[in-house]
Design a protein around this ligand. Structure first.
Ligand code: CA
Ligand code: CA
Length: 511
C-alpha cells in the first residue's frame, strides 16, 4: 500500500514597494493655539522684541511716536470661546516711556456665524474704560500684571448697558462667544512718545508669550518621502508655565518605521525619550528626528523539487502587490501637570503589482520542479509538473478506503500594473504533464506553456484591447506562448500562438 503523501504548502511573499508617502498632520496643534497679529501703522510700531521679556526671551513691544495715536495687539479665538467659559484674562505690561492708556476690547458673535459684525444686533463689543498705566497702578520700568477681570467695561453703541465688570458682562451677554480680543496702548498726549512691552497674555488655558517657536506645530512631518527613505519629524516643546519644570518628551514610533538619529540625541540608553531638567519658564526648543520607513527584503530565489505517491495538494502565491496603510508617530510631552500629545500620520499608498498563483491537486504519482525568482518589481516562475492517476488507499483504523482521484491544476497570472490576466485551469484529468515559464514585470510579461493533458482545460487571457477564451476536452497536447511588451505607453502582444495536437484515443478536442 502506498504511503499517503500530504504535501501542503503555502508560499506567500508580500513584497512592499513604497513609492510615495503622504504625510498629513492630524489635528495640527501648537503650544499656543491662539492667533495674534500686531498692528502696522505709520506712526506706531508693534513688533516682537527680545529687548525685554517677562516670560521666555521675548515680548511684544508697542511704541507710538508723537504723530501716532495707538499700537495694538489683535488676538483671534478660533473656535470662539463662550464668554461664560472665560475664567482668566490677564497680561503683563512693562511701561517704558510716557504714561500710555491701556484698553482691552472683546468682540462677540451672537448669531452663530463665528464672526463679529458691528451692524448685527446680536453680535456685541465691550471696551474697558480707558485708563492710563499709572491710573491702574502700574509703575514704569517694571513688569506689572493687569487682570482683565479688574477692569470696568461698557458696551459699544449701547448707552442703556450700564458699565460693569467682566463678571457682570458674563450674565448680561449670556450665550455670546468671544471671537476677538484687542489690547491697545494709546499715546500719552503729554509725552513725545509712548512705549510699553506686553508679555504672557493668558486667555483661559491659552498663553501668548511672543516666543518664536510657540506657533510651531508640536509635531510636524514632511509632505512626502521616497520609498524606504528618510522622514524627518520635528517636535516643538516649551514651558508655558511660570515655574521651571522637568520636561519629558516621549515618542511612540510606528512599528513600521525605524529610528535613525535625532538632534539632540535621546537620553542615554533610549531612542525615544528626551529629558530637559529644570526648563525655565517660556523656554522652547525643538527635536529633529530622522526615521526610515521599513522596506522589506524584496529579493529571493527558490528552487524546489518534490515527488511522491499519494495525495498531493500544493498551493503557491507570489505577489508584488501592497495594500495602503497608515504610519502614525505619536509624541507625548509631560511637564508637571502639563500632559500633551500630538501625532503625525503618513499614508502609504497602495502598490499595484503582479500576482502569481498556482497549485495542483490529486492522487497518484506526483512530481514537481520549480524555480521561482522575484524582486520588488517582477516575478519569474518556472514549473514542471508530472502527475498521473494511480489508486491510493487511505488507512483509517482497520479499513483501507480506496481513493479515486482526478488531477486538477491551476495557474493564475495577473499583472495589474499593465492589466494583463492569464488563467489556465485543468481538471478531471487522468494525467498532467505541465511545463510553464511565467514572467510578470513592468516592461515585459510572458507566459509560455507546454501541456499534455488527459482531461479538460480552460484557458483565458485578457489584456488591454482583447481577450481569448479556449476550452479543451480530451487527450491533448497544448503549447502556447504569449509575450507582452510595454512600449510606447501601450501593452501589445508581440507573438502568440496556441497549438493543439490531437485527437488521442478517447475524447474530442474542442476549442
Ligand atoms: Ca456674528
Ligand atoms: Ca515671552
Amino acid at each position: 500500500m502506498s504511503k499517503p503523501l500530504h504535501y501542503n504548502r503555502s508560499l506567500s511573499f508580500i513584497i512592499l514597494i513604497i513609492i510615495l508617502f503622504q504625510i498629513g498632520i492630524l489635528g495640527s496643534t501648537s503650544i499656543t493655539d491662539l492667533d495674534y497679529r500686531l498692528s502696522k501703522l505709520k506712526n506706531a510700531d508693534a513688533s516682537v522684541s527680545a529687548r525685554q521679556s517677562f516670560h521666555g526671551g521675548s515680548s511684544a513691544e508697542l511704541s507710538v511716536n508723537s504723530e501716532g495715536n495707538f499700537a495694538r495687539i489683535y488676538i483671534y479665538l478660533d473656535p470662539p470661546l463662550p464668554l461664560e467659559d472665560l475664567d482668566e484674562l490677564s497680561m503683563w505690561i512693562y511701561p517704558q516711556s510716557g504714561d500710555g492708556t491701556v484698553q482691552v476690547e472683546l468682540y462677540f458673535d451672537g448669531d452663530g456665524d463665528d464672526s463679529y459684525d458691528s451692524k448685527n444686533l446680536q453680535d456685541a463689543k465691550i471696551l474697558s474704560r480707558k485708563e492710563s498705566c499709572s491710573e491702574v497702578g502700574m509703575s514704569n520700568h517694571t513688569w506689572n500684571e493687569l487682570d482683565g477681570f479688574d477692569l470696568e467695561y461698557e458696551k459699544y453703541r449701547d448707552e442703556e448697558f450700564l458699565p460693569g465688570s467682566l463678571d457682570d458682562c458674563k450674565s448680561r451677554l449670556e450665550g455670546k462667544k468671544i471671537v476677538k480680543i484687542c489690547i491697545t496702548i494709546y499715546k500719552d498726549s503729554k509725552a513725545s512718545d509712548t512705549s510699553a512691552f506686553i508679555d504672557y497674555i493668558k486667555i483661559g488655558d491659552e498663553i501668548i508669550s511672543f516666543e518664536p517657536l510657540e506657533k510651531e506645530d508640536v509635531k510636524d512631518g514632511p509632505s512626502s518621502a521616497t520609498p524606504g527613505g528618510l522622514m524627518t519629524y520635528t517636535i516643538t516643546y516649551g514651558n508655558n508655565g511660570i515655574e521651571p519644570v522637568d520636561l519629558i518628551v516621549k515618542e511612540d514610533y510606528d512599528p513600521q518605521t525605524v529610528f535613525i538619529e535625532s538632534y539632540p540625541p535621546p537620553d542615554p540608553g533610549t531612542f525615544n525619550t528626551w529629558t530637559f531638567p529644570n526648563l525655565p519658564p517660556g523656554a522652547h526648543g525643538q527635536i529633529v528626528i530622522k526615521m526610515r520607513s521599513r522596506k522589506p527584503a524584496a529579493r529571493a530565489s527558490i528552487d524546489g523539487r518534490v515527488s511522491g505517491r499519494g495525495l498531493a495538494s500544493t498551493e503557491g502565491m507570489l505577489s508584488t502587490e501592497f495594500e495602503s496603510y497608515l504610519v502614525t508617530n505619536n509624541v507625548h510631552i509631560l511637564a508637571g501637570e502639563f500632559n500633551f500629545s500630538a501625532s503625525a500620520t503618513t499614508r502609504i499608498r497602495p502598490i499595484i503589482g503582479s500576482v502569481l498563483q498556482y497549485g495542483e491537486h490529486g492522487s497518484g504519482d506526483y512530481q514537481a520542479e520549480e524555480k521561482l525568482t522575484y524582486n520588488s518589481v517582477s516575478i519569474n516562475a518556472e514549473r514542471n509538473i508530472l502527475a498521473g492517476f494511480s489508486p491510493v488507499f487511505v488507512n483509517l483504523s482497520r479499513n483501507s478506503i480506496p481513493l479515486r482521484g482526478d488531477w486538477s491544476a491551476k495557474l493564475r497570472a495577473e499583472n495589474d500594473y499593465r492589466d494583463i490576466r492569464w488563467s489556465d485551469r485543468y481538471y478531471g484529468a487522468k494525467s498532467l504533464n505541465l511545463s510553464y515559464r511565467a514572467q510578470l514585470g513592468k516592461t515585459l510579461s510572458y507566459l509560455e506553456t507546454d501541456s499534455r493533458v488527459q482531461g479538460l482545460a480552460d484557458h483565458t487571457a485578457y489584456w488591454p484591447g482583447g481577450f481569448t477564451d479556449t476550452h479543451l476536452n480530451g487527450n491533448f497536447a497544448l503549447a502556447g506562448k504569449a509575450r507582452w511588451k510595454w512600449a510606447n505607453k501601450t501593452v501589445s502582444p508581440e507573438k502568440k500562438w496556441l497549438e493543439c495536437s490531437c485527437p488521442m484515443e478517447d475524447g474530442q478536442p474542442s476549442s
